[in-house]
Design a protein around this ligand. Structure first.
Ligand code: SF4
Ligand code: SF4
Length: 634
C-alpha cells in the first residue's frame, strides 16, 4: 500500500512564521511599553474595504493605510493567478480552524457537510460580506471588527468589538471548526466570499465594467450599493450552483491519470475535503492552493501545478505577493480623507502647506475633526490627511493666508492646572520654555501627564510659536527650571490605566528657557484659574446697602480635581432666596468665598448650614436638578 509523503513543509513554515510574529506582537508590550501592536497592519480584507471606501467616498476607512491596501491588491492579483494563497498560508483564523479540524479528525469527530446543506450554508458568508462592506463604506469604520474573532482575541475585546457578536462568533468558530470541516472558511468568512467573487473573474470584471460604463459614460446616478449587491448575489449564485471556476486562477492543481494509483491519499490530505483523485484538474472553488495534496501524493510527478513539478510555487508566490504589497505601500500614499471645498478656480491657484508629526491625526474620525477645524479658517480650501505618517496637506488661498497662519490654526493651546499651591505660599515661580518637536494635542497630553506626576509643578500654559512657548508655574522650593527642562526632554511618558502600565515616546527639545519674575499668589490665582462670580436672586431690585457680606477661606477651590465643584456650590447657594452674590476671590492667602446676602431674608447660620450640607442641590444645564456630594467644609 502506498505511503503518504511528508507534510507540506513550505506552507507549515509560513504558517508558523505568521504565528510566531503574532505571538511576538502580543508579548512585545511586556518589554517595550511604548509599543502599540497594530494587529491589522497588513490585513488585506481591511485593505479591500478601505479601497472600496476610497473609490465610493474618497476616504479611507478607519485607520487603514496603503499597507493594508497594498496587501488587498496583492491578494486580488494573487487570486487571479494562484488562488486564495492568503487563506491557505497567512490567515490566522484559517490556520487555527484548520488545526482544530485536524484535531477533530484525529478523534473521528470532524464531519464534512455535503449536499443541499452545504450549498445553503455557503449563502451565509455572502450576506456577511454585503453587510460588512456596506457599513464599512458608509461609516468609514471597519464594521467587521464588531464580530471578527481574530480582532476580538488579539485586541483583548478592544473598544470596537461588540462582545455579544464576537463572543457568538468565537463560540461558533472554535467548537464548530472541531466538528465541521473548515466551518469558518467555507460558510462564514466574508473575505472568503470576496475571494470567490474575484475567482469568478469574468463575472467580477464584467459587473465592474458595466457599472463603470453606466455611471461614467451614460452618467447614471447608480449607487455603489447596487454594485456591491450585484457582486454578492452573483458570487453566491455561482458558488452555490457550480462550486467551481474553470478559468481562474490561472495556476491549478493537475493530476496525471497515467501515474495515479487512486490511493486517495490526496483526498484525505485536503483540508477543504475536495475530491482530487478522480479529476484531471482541481477547479473546485474551495481550493486555496495550499499544496497539501501535492506534497502528500506518494507517486512522483502525479500531482503538480499546471502539470509542472513546482512544489515550492504556492509558498514562494505568497512571499512574492507580500513583498509586492509592502513595496506598493512604500511607494504610494493614499490620503485617509481628501476634502476640497474650494471651487475649481480657487483650487487652481491654491498653495499647499504640509505638516507631519501630528500624532492626533490617527484615524478617519480624527481626520474629519481636523478637516472641520480647518474649514472654519477663512482662506482654507481643502484638506488631505495621511494617518500612516500622521501628516496633513492643507490647500489654501495665498492671498488670504500664509503658512504661518495655518501652523497657528493647527496648534491647539493648552492651559492645565496640576496642583493647588501649598499653604503659606507667597509667590509662584514662572519660567517660559521654547519647545521644538511639539505640535499637537497629543504632545500636550504627554507633557501634561509628565508634569502632573511631578511634585512642585502647579500649572502650564502653551501658546503658538516656532518653537512652541510653554509657561510653567512652579514651587521653587521643590523644583527648579533646570529640572523642568530635563523633564520636558525626557524620552518617555509613563502612565497607568486600570492597573495597566502604558508608555509613549516623545522627542521634545528645549531650544531655550527664561526664568521670569515670581508672581504673588493672588496674581497667580487670577492668571490661571477661571473667575467664578455670579449675581442672582434679583440683585437689581435690592439696594446694595441692605446686603451684608460673608467672607470665608476657600483654599479647596484651588484643587484641580475639584475644578467644577465651586460652580455646583454656587448653584446650591442660589437656592437660598436671601443670597444675592457668590464670588470666589483670589487673595494673598489663597482663595476666599464672598457671599452677599439680605439679612431680612436669611442669616449667617442658615447660610453656613447650607454651605456645609452633605449634599448640594444643583441645577443642571439641561433643566434637571441633581444631588451631588459636597466636598467642601467651611
Ligand atoms: S493523485 Fe493519485 S496517487 Fe496521488 S495521492 Fe491522489 S490518488 Fe494517490
Ligand atoms: S485541492 Fe490540494 S491544493 Fe487545493 S485545497 Fe485541497 S489540498 Fe489544498
Amino acid at each position: 500500500m502506498a505511503k503518504a509523503k511528508r507534510n507540506n513543509k513550505y506552507r507549515m513554515a509560513l504558517q508558523w512564521t505568521v504565528f510566531g510574529l503574532l505571538v511576538l506582537m502580543l508579548i512585545r508590550p511586556l518589554f517595550d511599553r511604548s509599543y502599540i501592536a497594530d494587529i491589522e497592519a497588513y490585513c488585506p480584507f481591511g485593505g479591500i474595504q478601505a479601497f472600496g471606501s476610497y473609490l465610493a467616498s474618497n476616504t479611507l476607512a478607519c485607520t487603514m493605510t496603503t499597507s493594508q491596501i497594498g496587501m488587498g491588491l496583492a491578494l486580488i492579483a494573487g487570486i487571479f493567478l494562484f488562488s486564495k494563497l492568503f487563506c491557505s498560508h497567512i490567515c490566522p483564523i484559517g490556520t487555527f480552524t484548520e488545526w482544530l479540524g485536524r484535531l477533530g479528525r484525529k478523534y473521528k469527530m470532524n464531519f464534512v457537510v455535503t449536499g443541499i446543506a452545504d450549498r445553503l450554508l455557503r449563502v451565509l458568508k455572502y450576506g456577511l460580506l454585503f453587510v460588512t462592506v456596506f457599513y464599512t463604506v458608509t461609516d468609514s469604520e471597519l464594521f467587521c471588527r464588531i464580530f471578527d474573532p481574530y480582532y476580538a482575541v488579539f485586541s483583548g475585546f478592544g473598544h470596537d468589538v461588540v462582545p455579544l457578536y464576537a463572543g457568538l462568533a468565537l463560540l461558533l468558530v472554535i467548537p464548530g471548526s472541531f466538528f465541521v470541516r473548515q466551518l469558518w472558511c467555507k460558510y462564514l468568512c466574508p473575505l472568503s466570499a470576496a475571494s470567490n467573487i474575484f475567482t469568478y473573474g469574468i463575472v467580477f470584471l464584467g459587473l465592474i465594467g458595466l457599472y463603470a460604463v453606466l455611471v461614467l459614460v451614460f452618467g447614471l446616478a447608480i449607487s455603489w450599493v447596487w454594485l456591491l449587491a450585484a457582486l454578492s448575489i452573483a458570487g453566491m449564485l455561482l458558488e452555490t450552483t457550480r462550486l467551481g471556476s474553470r478559468l481562474l486562477p490561472l495556476v491549478k492543481v493537475t493530476r496525471n491519470a497515467d501515474t495515479c494509483t487512486s490511493c486517495r491519499i490526496c483526498d484525505k490530505a485536503c483540508p477543504m475535503a475536495i475530491r482530487i483523485s478522480d479529476q484531471p484538474r482541481v477547479d473546485h472553488i474551495d481550493c486555496h492552493l495550499c499544496g497539501d495534496c501535492v506534497a502528500k501524493c506518494p507517486e512522483p510527478d502525479t500531482l503538480n501545478y499546471n502539470r509542472r513539478n513546482m512544489k515550492w510555487l504556492p509558498a514562494t508566490a505568497t512571499i512574492l505577493l507580500i513583498a509586492i504589497g509592502i513595496t506598493f505601500a512604500a511607494v504610494t500614499d493614499i490620503p485617509t480623507i481628501s476634502l476640497k471645498w474650494g471651487d475649481e478656480q480657487q483650487m487652481a491657484k491654491a498653495a499647499v502647506y504640509q505638516q507631519s508629526g501630528l500624532k492626533n491625526v490617527k484615524c478617519y474620525g480624527s481626520s474629519m475633526s481636523f478637516a472641520t477645524h480647518m474649514e472654519s479658517l477663512p482662506g482654507v480650501l481643502g484638506v488631505e490627511t495621511f494617518v500612516s505618517g500622521h501628516s496633513v496637506k492643507v490647500y489654501y488661498d495665498p492671498e488670504v493666508l500664509d503658512d504661518n497662519a495655518i501652523r497657528e490654526a493647527i496648534f491647539t493651546p493648552v492651559s492645565r492646572i496640576f496642583a493647588a499651591p501649598e499653604t503659606r505660599t507667597e509667590s509662584v515661580a514662572v519660567a517660559e520654555f521654547l519647545i521644538d518637536q511639539f505640535f499637537d494635542p497629543l504632545d500636550s497630553r504627554m507633557l501634561t501627564m509628565r508634569f502632573g506626576q511631578t511634585p512642585g509643578i502647579y500649572a502650564m500654559e502653551t501658546r503658538f510659536g516656532e518653537p512652541v512657548h510653554a509657561v510653567v508655574y512652579f514651587d521653587p522650593r521643590r523644583i527648579d527650571a533646570g529640572r523642568i527642562k530635563s523633564l520636558i526632554e525626557e524620552k518617555k511618558t509613563k502612565w497607568e490605566v486600570d492597573g495597566k502600565q502604558n508608555e509613549a515616546r516623545t522627542n521634545f527639545r528645549v531650544a531655550g528657557f527664561t526664568e521670569k519674575q515670581a508672581v504673588p499668589l493672588a496674581q497667580y490665582l487670577s492668571l490661571v484659574y477661571e473667575p467664578i462670580a455670579m449675581d442672582f436672586n434679583s440683585t437689581a431690585t435690592t439696594p446694595s446697602d441692605s446686603a451684608d457680606t460673608l467672607l470665608l477661606p476657600f483654599a479647596a477651590a484651588a484643587e484641580p480635581e475639584l475644578a467644577d465643584m465651586p460652580w455646583y456650590l454656587l448653584s446650591h447657594i442660589s437656592n437660598n432666596p436671601g443670597v444675592t452674590k457668590f464670588e470666589v476671590v483670589p487673595g494673598a492667602d489663597g482663595f476666599s468665598l464672598r457671599l452677599c446676602y439680605l439679612p431680612k431674608v436669611t442669616d449667617r447660620d442658615e447660610i453656613m448650614e447650607q454651605l456645609n450640607a452633605p449634599q448640594l442641590k444643583v441645577h443642571m444645564s439641561d433643566g434637571t436638578e441633581q444631588m451631588v456630594d459636597n466636598p467642601f467644609r467651611f
